[in-house]
Design a protein around this ligand. Structure first.
Ligand code: FAD
Length: 499
């Protein structure tokens, strides 16, 4: 018999709960049984979820690596393209029948549509006499496991994080590595020889990268689980110790840059937390090295936002977590939105960030907060425009982390920045890119501003900085900072709680 593992956002063979359990069951069933891997691309699903072309390409490259890793275990990876996403469950059922499988495993995705799909599949498979086994794997701790003293879901990060750490210390098996499946027996491999070496499909036209972008992004973001583990190990050897002190400085490349792997599932968050814990002298999640502690607490944000999403699924439906923030009277100027996306706002740190995002499909966390705050509070554009723009451009686009980040910066989300806290882009810039290294890297027009001159606000500073900005046609600020701040406070005050 075949035991099927359906890969989705878990493109790896190591430390994969569903795959591991599929392997275990095949072994228990005895000789002649083995595992078949399945991956289905639904172009409509990619469209519906606004997946960026960079991320689509990363997934396809990761699937190619997954196929090779599985082949080493004698496990075939069958790949199919199913245009419409509502047809995917039927296709999984039909393939399972065709392969004579009695069991299908997968790891759960927690967004509303995905949970509904899985619910439908339990019934569809059962009607065919096939058992469906969706597993908790995507979070270190399964959503719903942590409750406040009053038995409720946490809506504030700090107490939630303390509970998260305590729970893991009390249940250390949650961090244990899930064993890889054994090799498929030779007889089984022969029976399904025709399923090996399925070609990797091409991305649909609307999600394709130009040859130049593909080359650049492939070099920047090597795909697959081996690359993920190498990147993580390098970070844990070379950088994590100083993470707490250095993590906010974008020009210094001090963070792990593994979000792309967490998002595609080429690296489990569990693996990241375990390996970080293991390099801590205390072998604990708290105590010991500040950098390690701080990094683990960042990875935990990912779990936090997923727990929130499962408990308050309306955040998946384009609604703010704080429903009283539903009717902020936004300006929604298409011109301002366009200037923001193209990095032409006249605020160097914003423009450098947006150009970096366009070129690398990635942005440092501090800068994500700064540009998100600028969009919602300085430009008074509905934060959902920015949220969607990020999804369609990030290589690590991830619904709950992205929506959580936008909710934080716009003050409409869970445990957010208070609405009256409006980032001053110049102060952020002077604090976190003091020498203007990041700005000069991305804003060509300001590259020649001499070191020591105020590159953060060239028109405000005057002198050589202004001369260079004028000469190279760098724009003046699209909105005056003090005016924007006052306008924002007024609008938020007027909008909060409005029916
Ligand atoms: P590190 O600093 O090394 O952190 C390690 C890991 O922890 C990350 O890889 C990531 O998986 C997780 N993590 C860190 N910070 C956060 C956070 N604030 N929320 C959730 N997880 C976190 N992250 C995404 O993965 N996808 C997104 O689409 C996304 N959109 C964002 C939008 C906004 C407006 C903001 C403010 C943040 C967003 N983040 C998102 C979170 C964060 O910016 C990135 O995870 C981080 O910059 C990735 O770089 P890194 O891997 O070097 O992170």
């Amino acid at each position: 018999d075949a035991v099927v593992h359906w890969f989705k956002r878990d493109l790896r063979v190591r430390d994969n709960t569903g795959l591991s359990m599929a392997g275990k069951l095949a072994e228990e069933l005895g000789r002649g049984n083995g595992v078949i891997g399945l991956w289905i691309l639904s172009p409509q699903d990619w469209e519906a979820h606004l997946v960026s072309p960079a991320k689509c390409d990363f997934e396809l490259r990761s699937v190619a690596v997954l196929g090779q890793e599985l082949a080493e275990l004698g496990i075939p990876l069958h790949i199919e393209v199913v245009e419409k996403r509502r047809d995917v469950p039927r296709r999984v059922v039909d393939l399972a029948k065709e392969w004579g499988a009695k069991n299908v495993f997968c790891n759960l995705e927690y967004e509303v549509d995905e949970l509904r799909r899985e619910e439908r599949m339990v019934r569809m498979l059962l009607e065919e006499g096939i058992a469906f086994h969706p597993q908790h794997d995507d979070c270190v701790i399964a959503p719903g496991s942590l409750k406040t003293g009053a038995g409720k879901q946490y809506a504030v990060y700090s107490p939630w994080f303390r509970a998260w750490v305590a729970h893991l210390h009390a249940h250390p098996h949650l961090l244990q590595e899930r064993p890889m499946p054994d090799k498929n027996p030779a007889g089984f491999r022969e029976k399904c020889a025709h399923l090996f070496d399925t070609p990797i499909p091409k991305a649909p036209e609307s999600k394709s990268l130009s040859a130049e972008d593909k080359q650049r992004l492939t070099a920047l973001w090597p795909a697959g689980e081996i690359a993920a583990l190498e990147r993580l190990e390098r970070f844990l050897t070379e950088k994590v110790g100083r993470y707490a002190a250095t993590r906010n400085f974008p020009a210094e490349n001090t963070t792990a840059r593994v979000s792309v792997h967490h998002a595609a599932g080429t690296l489990a968050a569990r693996t990241s937390v375990r390996l970080a814990r293991d390099v801590n002298s205390t072998k604990k999640l708290d105590g010991g090295n500040e950098g390690i502690k701080s990094w683990i607490s960042e990875v935990a944000w990912r779990d936090f936002y997923r727990h929130v999403l499962v408990h308050w699924p309306y955040v998946c439906m384009n609604k703010p977590f704080k429903y009283e923030y539903t009717h902020i009277p936004w300006e929604n100027s298409p011109t301002h939105f366009s200037l923001w996306t193209r990095g032409l706002t006249g605020y160097p740190i914003i423009d450098a960030s947006m150009r970096c995002l366009r070129s690398t499909s990635y942005l440092h966390n501090r800068l994500r907060m700064v540009v998100a705050s600028f969009l919602a509070k300085h430009l008074l554009l509905d934060w959902r425009l920015g949220e969607q723009y990020f999804m369609t451009h990030l290589i690590d686009g991830d619904f709950s982390s992205n929506s959580g980040g936008w909710g934080f910066a716009s003050s409409a989300g869970v445990d957010p920045q208070p609405y009256f806290r409006v980032f001053n882009p110049w102060l952020q810039s002077r604090k976190f890119d003091a020498e203007g290294v990041f700005i000069r890297e991305w804003v060509e027009e300001l590259r020649d501003v001499p070191v020591g001159e105020d590159v953060h606000d060239p028109y405000g500073a005057g002198g050589e900085a202004e001369k260079v900005a004028r000469r190279n046609g760098y724009p003046r600020p699209v909105v005056e900072h003090r005016f924007a701040r006052e306008r924002c406070l007024g609008r938020y005050k007027a909008g909060i709680g409005r029916e």
